[in-house]
Design a protein around this ligand. Structure first.
Ligand code: FAD
Ligand code: SF4
Length: 569
């Protein structure tokens, strides 16, 4: 029998950065919030023995259990989609803090160009510069409108950084000084300045000094332990939801988190959401949580899936171009180059956001008229701490096993460096999310299906940026530089980036997207969907500064809606 719980003001589905920020802001405004999280509770106290590469970075202990729920994937509509049975290309979060527990903490604002990409591209390069099939659109909110929310997220996570010489205008400095500029980063800086570029220290949520955030929560100083990406921080020195925002929400006494609670459906009546149905993953019991406002904060993939299975909104159809739910799925392109040196470097030391980077080939900071692609990539040298199991730098022509592999890998482990970019992804009509018609999760709900392949735009961008990365390594003194091979088809197996975007896109008008610029569903006024799903296109950066900023915007919308009701635009 399904048990119905007492009604609350707000229910969120998932407790990562988006769920945590919505909870902190809404409880502060006096609303009663319940967070339903399918995973378990965890925090700094659990990470004392976290420096175990095999357990956490290779076996993904902190991440989603794909034996219960996964996605299916195909490159195009002619193929049969199959389930992703092991985490690979991207790593899905689970448990308190979501992927925000084991993220690197690289915190970039998207560019003004990202938010008005259609208007700016058409104006500068003419209409249809990329040819048919590319579906880019303005977001319905510009950089100036986003700026206060970026500022708030950076002051929530205590970002350590310095001014980007080519960056958009800021209302305030970063709250903390940049991380330490190691000899390696100085080498990158010198070489790129010599080439005429504008390097700066990567903005980091691994903090350069202890910091009290806007909620009064303390984040400690980074110890440069080198076990950041894919691990929790045992020093409480990485801004994560469970360190920076969730305690603030709990202290109000108006927040309850229910763990082992997997939401399977958003319930609606008369065009409004009435609550959610969820399953206790330990006992198998079913519950209904009624709420005045339902907020999907379950990562872009789960947000899209929940809307699809609950039949809220119009599904995108790639054959006709009609519909919005599932449209504009974007990923990222990872161009780069490796330089082989005689000298040795301390590459095993580092931090998740220890890096030096530049934006000379990002956004519209350079002329694309003869290049055949738009946008670009932030180019960086990061010093994350190269762990020994996952990192075996060898030359392109060295075999991938055997004695030659071992020799090359051991020699080059401390003698090679990579410079890489995070290439922006532009939406294409055949890249979309839908529901799988054959495979279901352990609760009997259809799996989300990803249809994705790299486009000509991606291939050109990849080649161009890889060459630029190679030039920097040459200037840094590498005796040999190997540029990454040209892009072919997207492969879901090797890790690339957990920067998936789109599917529940934000828009100025209902016919162009799923949510308005308060992340409020166009067809269901008391339902909000927040996260990178709202991005109309992906950028040449990591997404979470923009995700965090949008979460503050969404919380503002929920509070307004709770007082007045109705559409917010
Ligand atoms: C290894 C790694 C490194 C990264 N590094 C960076 C970086 O340096 N910079 C950056 O900007 N970004 C980085 N990211 C991305 C960043 O982690 C995400 O952008 C961010 O965590 C997304 O927050 P979210 O709240 O949208 O989703 P999540 O963090 O995924 O949280 C969603 C939560 O919802 C829960 N949930 C899902 N479905 C349900 C359901 N049906 N019922 C109940 N609960 C549910 C999940 O268990 C999860 O806890 C990284 C990601 C990974 C994996
Ligand atoms: S590198 Fe710094 S922030 Fe990251 S886990 Fe280690 S101490 Fe924490």
């Amino acid at each position: 029998m399904v048990k119905t719980m007492p009604k609350v003001d707000v229910v969120t589905v998932g407790v990562g950065w988006t769920g945590g920020i919505v909870a902190a802001e809404c409880t502060k405004a006096g609303l009663k919030v319940v967070g339903l999280e399918r995973g378990k509770s965890r925090g700094t106290v659990n990470f004392a023995n976290v420096h175990d590469e095999y357990r956490y970075a290779i076996r993904y202990e902190l991440m989603q259990d794909l034996s219960k729920e996964t996605v299916t994937f195909r490159n195009n509509r002619r193929q049969k989609a199959l389930p992703m049975r092991q985490l690979g290309s991207f790593l899905l979060g689970e448990g308190l803090g979501g992927a925000g527990t084991h993220w690197n903490g690289q915190v970039f604002r998207f560019l003004p160009y990202d938010f008005e990409i259609k208007t700016m591209t058409d104006k500068k390069y003419g209409k249809n510069f990329l040819g048919p099939g590319y579906q880019f659109q303005d977001w319905g909110l510009n950089y100036d409108q986003m700026e206060p929310y970026f500022d708030k997220f950076e002051k929530t996570s205590g970002v350590s950084g310095e001014e980007n010489p080519l960056g958009p205008k800021r209302s305030d400095k970063y709250p903390n000084k940049p991380m330490k500029k190691t000899p390696l980063l100085q080498k990158f800086e010198k070489a790129s300045q010599k080439l005429g570029y504008h390097p700066y220290m990567m903005p980091s949520a691994n903090l350069s000094a202890p910091y009290k955030n806007i909620y009064g929560e303390t984040i400690n100083a980074c110890q440069y332990c080198g076990f950041c990406e894919r691990f929790g921080c045992e020093y409480g020195a990485k801004a994560t939801p469970e360190v920076a925002v969730i305690p603030a929400a709990l202290k109000t006494g108006k927040y309850e988190i229910r763990f082992d609670s997997n939401v399977v459906e958003v319930l609606t009546k008369g065009g409004k959401a009435t609550g959610v149905r969820y399953i206790d993953t330990v006992t198998g019991e079913e519950y209904i949580q009624p709420a005045d406002v339902v907020v999907l904060t379950s990562y872009m993939m789960n947000n899209a899936k929940l809307l699809m299975v609950s039949k809220i909104g119009t599904m995108y159809d790639p054959a006709t171009g009609r519909g919005t739910l599932g449209r504009n799925y974007c990923y990222q392109i990872m161009p780069g180059a490796t330089g082989f040196f005689d000298e040795q470097f301390n590459i095993f030391m580092g931090a998740g956001s220890l890096g030096e980077c530049l934006d000379d080939f990002n956004g519209d900071n350079f002329d694309h008229s003869k290049l055949g692609f738009i946008h670009g990539a932030n180019i960086a040298l990061t010093q994350l701490g190269l762990r020994p199991i996952g990192n075996n730098p060898t030359h392109i022509d060295t075999p991938i096993w055997g004695a030659a592999f071992k020799k090359d890998s051991i020699t080059n482990y401390t003698r090679s460096l990579s410079v890489g970019g995070q290439g922006a992804s532009i939406p294409y009509k055949e890249n979309f999310l839908t529901l799988d018609t054959r495979y279901k999760d352990v609760y009997g709900v259809p799996l989300l299906q990803i249809n994705y392949d790299f486009t000509d735009q991606d291939k050109k961008l990849h080649k161009f940026i890889s060459a630029k990365c190679g030039d920097i390594l040459k200037e840094m003194g590498a005796k040999k530089v190997e540029v990454r091979a040209d892009l072919t088809n997207y492969n879901i197996v090797p890790y690339q980036s957990t920067h998936n975007t789109g599917g529940t896109v934000m828009s100025k008008a209902p016919e162009d997207g799923v949510v308005n610029n308060y992340l409020q569903h166009w067809d269901c006024e008391n339902l909000f969907a927040v996260g990178a799903g709202a991005f109309a296109n992906n950028s040449g950066y990591n997404p979470t500064d923009t995700v965090g900023a949008l979460s503050f915007r969404c919380a503002e919308g929920i509070i307004k809606y709770s007082k007045k009701g109705g559409s917010l635009v």
